[in-house]
Design a protein around this ligand. Structure first.
Ligand code: ADP
Ligand code: F6P
Length: 320
């Protein structure tokens, strides 16, 4: 029976993490379980940055972006010695279960602690939507809204100046933000890790759109970590009828008030995490599968291949 539950956020922050913190805290307190907020991810755990949470400590955070707990990266947490130290601290503090909100790296830490006797549950908090096993991660929907709002603005100015906007979006080697944005904004070209990068093909397509179709603007959405978008924009200016301009959306994608979708997802997932711990379960991550919130073994989720989104790329090509 869980008596004292710790909660931390780890890795890159995501809108909706606060909604998850609130849900976990309130559902746990309603079950008579004490809640300890741990600041700055696994680093704060090792440095004992703890605060006992009451119901009011999580008031007025549902609509706020970021994470009130702070987030951090602690590469040393991969080392068994550091994990043992964490278990020792948790035992000393009588924290017998942990909810970890983060991405797949954070899940690996949660799995290691579970194997060492502290039941942990992972909640998928990342804008990248790169966790296999769940249809959506907390933060993806809000980040998508940010991308769409900004690309719509870029389309306005591009069409006034016969330009091609090359827009780099985040995703950490997952193309979901890019392909969802491209479909939502009616982009002309999308490039993701799943589609591959063919510069000649991009130039050819833009030449055709500029000279044969006589389009007065074009939008290319490209996932980060694929190519230098400034260099690509220059080549577009040199080899097509369009004047190329690059925009890197950057960290604005991680901020902002979470969308209603993300608030719902975070609240339902937070509730499910506490329910699982109350049932004595650990080593699970909470997933949204076909609109149902379920617990899946972390090992199983991590070993699943990532969805290639072939159907979305096909849809995109049909809509261009
Ligand atoms: P994310 O959780 O968003 O994928 P990271 O990959 O940066 O972000 O991981 C966040 C933190 O999780 C790392 O800084 C580290 O503390 C911990 N972590 C990552 N990989 C592992 C691992 N293999 N074993 C234990 N802990 C890990
Ligand atoms: O995982 C979230 C994410 O924003 C990725 O999309 C991106 O690659 C990375 O984190 C950026 O990390 P940092 O906060 O270190 O700049």
């Amino acid at each position: 029976m869980v008596k004292k539950l710790g909660i931390l956020t780890s890795g890159g922050d995501a809108p909706g993490m606060n909604a998850a913190i609130r849900a976990v805290t309130r559902v746990a307190l309603a079950n008579g379980v004490e809640v300890v907020g741990i600041r700055d991810g696994y680093r704060g755990l090792i440095e004992r940055r703890f605060k006992n949470f009451s119901k009011s400590d999580v008031s007025d955070i549902l609509s706020r972006g970021g994470t009130i707990l702070g987030s951090a990266r602690l590469p040393e947490f991969k080392e068994e010695e550091v994990q043992n130290q964490a278990v020792k601290i948790l035992n000393e503090e009588k924290i017998d279960a942990l909810v970890v909100i983060g991405g797949d790296g954070s899940y690996r830490g949660a799995l290691a602690l579970t194997k060492k006797g502290i039941n942990c549950i992972g909640l998928p908090g990342t804008i990248d939507n790169d966790i296999a096993g769940t249809d959506y991660t907390i933060g993806f929907n809000t980040a998508l809204e940010t991308c769409v709002e900004n690309v719509d603005k870029l389309r306005d100015t591009s069409s006034s100046h016969h330009r091609c906007s090359v827009v780099e979006v985040m995703g950490n080697r997952c193309g979901d933000l890019a392909v969802y944005t491209a479909i939502s904004c009616g982009a002309e070209i999308v490039v993701t890790p799943e589609s591959g990068y063919d510069e000649l093909d991009i130039i050819e397509r833009l030449r055709y759109l500029g000279s044969a179709v006589k389009k007065n603007h074009a939008i290319v959405i490209i996932s980060e970590k694929i190519t230098d978008v400034e260099a690509l924009a220059k080549k577009i200016s040199q080899h097509t009828d369009f004047s190329g301009r690059a925009t890197v959306l950057g960290h604005i994608q991680r901020g902002g008030s979470p969308s209603p979708f993300d608030r719902q997802l975070a609240s339902q997932m937070g509730e499910c995490a506490v329910d699982m711990l109350m049932e004595g379960k650990g080593g699970l991550c909470i997933c949204s599968v076909d609109n149902k919130i379920v617990g899946v073994p972390i090992e199983e989720a991590l070993s699943k291949p990532k969805n290639s989104r072939k159907h979305l790329h096909r849809l995109f090509e049909r809509l261009v």
